[in-house]
Ligand binder design. Structure first.
Ligand SMILES: C[S@@+](CC[C@H](N)C(=O)[O-])C[C@H]1O[C@@H](n2cnc3c(N)ncnc32)[C@H](O)[C@@H]1O
Length: 312
């Protein structure tokens, strides 16, 4: 695939990274050190329509199940759940009513093929029940509503939690402030989160500083919600005109895994990656944030005066 033509490759590479992120969790939890983990709770705050997207950016209605399992977040989560050694709940949120309808339709088709049965069925909440290859129960729930409303009361101490947050732009950040703290308030320390950040999608860079300030605020909220065992990595594609970036929250012991996800998933991007850990190199982390959310003249000005004029 040509990495410099069009924008569709971003979605393709993003799904590579999401798949690696989820598959790594499933694989780790199958090992002895994690035998104490009782269940997995996965939350997709921005599920989309559940159609796989090919390398040309084309959405595929009722895609081949293997392809579906790699090229949209609902497919990645549902299929990886079938590989799990632990029971899994998958909750997916989609705000847009029409997109939600398509999501339910695509899930119905694919989950039927994967041997799931329909459970509860309401206008704005649809549930399927299935089993993993290892006989563990899987509950998939699609909810018409905002990821901001994702509940945490099903999460318990011995649960491992994954959150995917993939909004199109800053207006659509779908994780409420303090969500990570609420999850950990349920007694678990096993929390990983994957955020996609589209700093220049829809021309965000041309927006006012006040508007862009929200990206800074969301990153700050994630930093604020770090506990002693967690860290945040921010990864930016160098020389990407759309300035897509990705942020993973993970336990400090899994830092190398997160770096590997980015290096492998974006290996075909020819201009390199710029990434930093908040705890490991806060200065560099901060610089990447500014490169993403300030215009280049604002950034250069801040660099040249050697102080931050950024009031975000
Ligand atoms: C980039 S798409 C998601 C793609 C999907 N994650 C995937 O990988 O296949 C973003 C979706 O999030 C939805 N969305 C935006 N804000 C949301 C919110 N606060 N809660 C739930 N869904 C939201 C949009 O309607 C859109 O369908």
């Amino acid at each position: 695939m040509a990495m410099n033509v069009g924008t569709s490759w971003r979605t393709w590479l993003k799904h590579n990274a999401m798949l690696a992120f989820v598959a790594e969790e499933v694989s780790a939890l199958s090992t002895e050190p994690f035998s104490w983990v009782a269940a997995s709770d996965w939350i997709d705050t921005t599920a989309g329509n559940g159609m796989a997207v090919d390398e040309y950016g084309q959405e595929m209605d009722r895609a081949d199940t293997e392809f579906w399992s790699q090229h949209c977040s609902p497919g990645i989560l549902c299929f990886q759940a079938t590989k799990s050694h632990k029971p899994v709940t998958v909750m997916m949120f989609e705000l847009d009513p029409y997109t939600y309808e398509v999501l339910v339709e695509q899930l119905g088709y694919q989950l039927d093929r994967l041997g799931f049965n329909v459970g509860d069925d309401h206008l704005d909440r649809f549930e399927w029940i299935g089993q993993s290859e290892f006989g563990q129960q899987i509950t998939v729930t699609a909810i018409r509503g905002s990821g901001h409303t994702a509940p945490v009361d099903h999460i318990a101490r011995a649960h491992a939690v994954l959150v995917l947050n993939d909004p199109n732009n800053v207006d659509r950040w779908a994780v409420r402030d303090g969500f990570a703290t609420e999850i950990m308030g349920r007694g678990t320390n096993m929390l990983r989160m994957f955020h996609a950040i589209g700093a220049n999608a829809n021309g965000v860079k041309r927006m006012s500083r006040d508007y862009r300030a929200r990206w800074f605020r969301f990153v700050d909220a994630e930093i604020f919600a770090l506990n002693a065992n967690h860290d945040l990595i921010l990864c930016r594609l160098v020389q990407d005109s759309h300035q897509w970036a990705y942020m993973i929250r993970t336990s400090s012991g899994w830092r190398h895994k997160a770096e590997r996800i980015f290096k492998r998933s974006f290996k075909d991007w020819g201009h390199g990656l710029d990434f930093a850990w908040h705890r490991g190199n806060a200065e560099q982390f901060d610089a990447i944030t500014k490169k993403l959310f300030l215009t280049s003249s604002e950034y250069q000005y801040e660099e040249s005066v050697g102080e931050t004029l950024c009031l975000f």
